[in-house]
Design a protein around this ligand. Structure first.
Ligand SMILES: Nc1ncnc2c1ncn2[C@@H]1O[C@H](COP(=O)(O)OP(=O)(O)OP(=O)(O)O)[C@@H](O)[C@H]1O
Ligand SMILES: [Mg+2]
Length: 161
C-alpha cells in the first residue's frame, strides 16, 4: 500500500478478513508468506514492536478513538503510519457510521495509510482508493475502488445492487 492510501478488503463472513488483519498486526501467527512494512520484514516481529514502527490495529468491531489504546495513540503520532481497521462501524447508529467514514477520510488527508475491513462493502469502497476481494483465505480479485464498484460480480455478491 502507498502512504496515505485507503485500501479495503471485501469478503463474505468467514472469508479470512479478520485473520489477515490479525496476522498483519502480529496477534496471530502466519502459516505461510511474509509481512513487509516500509521495506522491513515484520513476520517475526512482535505485535507491540510493530505498533512502535507505526502499524496499529483496531480490533474487530472496536471503535477507533473511543477505545484508542496508548500504543495506538503512539502509532498515530509516529506518522506516516498504517491503521488496520476491522469493522469500525460495527453496532453503531447510522449517523455515527457516517462519522467513522469521515474520520477514515480525515486520516487519509493526514497521510495515514488505512487498511479497512467493513461489513458495509459499498461504504468501504466509496471511501477507498483500491480494494481486494477475499474468498476462503485467498485474494481472488483486486482493482481500484471504482473498478470494483462497477464490477457486476462484486455488485451482486457483496453490494446487493
Ligand atoms: N488463509 C486461511 N486459511 C485457512 N483458514 C483460514 C484462513 N483465513 C481464515 N481462516 C479461518 O477462517 C475462519 C474465519 O475467519 P475470519 O474470522 O478471519 O473471517 P472474516 O472474514 O473476518 O469473517 P466476518 O466477516 O464474519 O468477520 C477462522 O476460523 C480462521 O481460522
Ligand atoms: Mg471478521
Amino acid at each position: 500500500m502507498a502512504s496515505g492510501e485507503i485500501v479495503t478488503v471485501v469478503g463474505a463472513n468467514g472469508a479470512g478478513k479478520t485473520t489477515l488483519l490479525k496476522c498483519l498486526a502480529g496477534i496471530q501467527p502466519v502459516s505461510s508468506g511474509s509481512i513487509v512494512f516500509r521495506g522491513e520484514t515484520l513476520t517475526s516481529v512482535r505485535a507491540h514492536a510493530r505498533v512502535k514502527r507505526g502499524l496499529a490495529q483496531s480490533p474487530e468491531g472496536r471503535q477507533i478513538f473511543t477505545n484508542l489504546t496508548v500504543e495506538e495513540a503512539r502509532a498515530l503520532m509516529a506518522r506516516p503510519s498504517c491503521l488496520l481497521l476491522d469493522e469500525p462501524s460495527m453496532g453503531l447508529a447510522p449517523i455515527l457510521v457516517a462519522q467513522i467514514f469521515d474520520v477514515v477520510k480525515g486520516m487519509k488527508a493526514l497521510g495515514v495509510t488505512v487498511l479497512l475491513v467493513e461489513q458495509n462493502a459499498f461504504s468501504a469502497l466509496s471511501v477507498a482508493d483500491r480494494g481486494y476481494v477475499m474468498e476462503t483465505g485467498r485474494i481472488t480479485l483486486s482493482g481500484s475502488a471504482a473498478e470494483l464498484i462497477a464490477d457486476e460480480r462484486i455488485r451482486s455478491a457483496y453490494l446487493g445492487i
